[in-house]
Design a protein around this ligand. Structure first.
Ligand code: PXG
Length: 291
């Protein structure tokens, strides 16, 4: 495997950065998780746009252009001969001293691109549906830190993940500080109620996921079902007709049980299955070609 590190493709073993990089010392940096399907990178421009927005908000200058980054991603995939892949793009603040001040970082930001294959959850969960639990760790709200910054500091989500794992669940449902549903640790949540697709508005503490956007578009334009982005409570989730999660790594996965409450008849719902089918064809047929 070759890793892209600051303009060069180096062997996995040689892909190293300094212990003085503020990405390591403070989680000071940003990232994206992207997927390629069938020789095409899905929504690459949207991912790069979001990466640049995250960087702008934390006052971090990415030392290359979006077009150059697009080429670097393609080059990394070609070098590793990957047509279906998970791509992790990381920008760190760079090397500084042991103080927090990013102005002391005298090197420019580091750019890392890792391309590999992953499947997040076992295949059978996509057919049977998964169980999730609500955890006590609340999602950080945008009045303190925007959930839209995909920063290298994921402790909020990691704490939630630890709690879910200890309870035997593979994903955690996180509430916001007011007790309304925000999202999961690396996934957005959707429910279906009386033929309407509902997902928490981004102001409730949800990241504006790129898979979330694709699902909203498919529901509106292909399935012609109404979509609402609004406040959702646990009551709404427990009494939903269907529930599923979306994310780059998980893609679209049905949820059949939340906090021991079965969702309807505890089988992946009709709308969920239709959206999974549409999403599969969208990811196979669209995206920036790898060539
Ligand atoms: N919410 C959060 C908090 C996320 O980090 C999503 C939703 C889904 O967004 P996308 O754009 O991927 O549809 C994410 C996704 C991983 C990984 O291992 C992915 C994410 C974060 C950390 C790890 O793939 N982000």
């Amino acid at each position: 495997m070759k890793v892209y590190l600051n303009g060069e493709l180096v062997k996995k073993e040689a892909a190293k950065i300094s212990v003085f990089d503020h990405g390591l010392l403070y989680g000071d940096g940003v990232f994206e998780g992207i997927r390629a399907y069938n020789n095409r990178v899905f929504r690459l421009k949207e991912h790069l746009e979001r990466l640049w927005s995250s960087a702008k908000v934390i006052n971090l200058t990415i030392p290359i252009t979006q077009k150059e980054m697009e080429k670097a991603v393609i080059k990394t995939l070609l070098e590793n001969k990957l047509s279906d892949a998970y791509i992790r793009l990381i920008i760190t603040r760079g090397c500084g001293d042991l103080g927090i001040d990013p102005n002391k970082c005298n090197s420019s930001a580091s750019i890392i691109i890792i391309a590999d294959s992953i499947s997040l959850y076992p295949k059978e969960l996509y057919e049977k549906g998964m169980e999730i639990v609500t955890v006590s760790t609340r999602r950080v709200m945008q009045d303190s830190l925007s959930p839209n910054i995909k920063s290298l500091n994921y402790l909020n989500n990691i704490l939630a993940k630890i709690q879910a794992t200890k309870s035997g669940a593979m994903e955690a449902l996180m509430l916001n500080s007011q007790g309304y549903v925000a999202e999961c640790t690396i996934d957005n949540i959707f429910i279906v109620k009386n033929g309407t697709l509902l997902t928490p508005h981004s102001s409730e503490g949800a990241l504006m996921g790129i898979t979330r956007d694709a699902i909203i578009e498919l529901a509106k334009n292909k399935l012609k079902i109404p979509v609402k982005q609004e406040r959702i409570s646990l009551y709404d989730v427990y009494t939903a007709d269907e529930c599923f999660l979306t994310g780059t790594s998980a893609e679209v996965i049905p949820v059949i049980c939340v906090d021991s409450r079965k969702i309807a008849d505890a089988r992946p719902g009709e709308v969920t299955l239709k959206l999974i089918k549409e999403f599969k064809s969208l990811t196979r047929l669209t995206g920036i070609p790898i060539k």
